[in-house]
Design a protein around this ligand. Structure first.
Ligand code: NI
Length: 137
């Protein structure tokens, strides 16, 4: 049997996509509006899926209150209303693309839920642009 429970969350954050070793012109050509030197924001929508075995005593796969708290501590508190480039250490030298943000969220949550669960991270940067990350193969 395979069953996945999901918890949704969202956060608003600012970012700029650029490479320090590229000129402003090249950054603008490659990253477009997301390379605005003055930063800009997105309303990120997050869905975290947790797959595993159902606990026979409780009927829960994972207590969603616990998952809610993990997402709050690992994602909402550090990312919401933040400038990702300046205020989240990993993005000082890593472009905060939706791909890299999803991987960072995965790593943070995976560390907390432990080996008994597989997780998936679905992250929307806009209503039409999103990624799904299920971990390294
Ligand atoms: Ni952007």
């Amino acid at each position: 049997m395979s069953l996945t429970v999901y918890r949704k969350a969202h956060f608003n954050a600012a970012h700029r996509l650029y490479r320090k070793d590229w000129s402003d012109e090249k950054n603008a050509a490659v990253f477009g509006k997301c390379s605005n030197p003055n930063f800009h924001g997105h309303n990120y929508e997050l869905e975290v899926g947790v797959t595993g075995e159902i606990d026979k005593e409780t009927g829960f796969l994972i207590d969603l209150k616990i998952l809610k708290d993990i997402i709050k501590q690992e994602v909402e508190d550090p990312f919401d209303h933040k400038n990702l480039n300046k205020e989240v250490a990993v993005f000082k030298d890593l472009n905060p693309t939706v791909e890299n943000i999803a991987i960072e969220i995965y790593n943070r949550i995976k560390k907390r839920v432990g080996a008994a669960f597989q997780i998936s991270v679905t992250l929307y940067e806009t209503p039409r642009n999103f990624v799904i990350y299920t971990g390294p193969v």
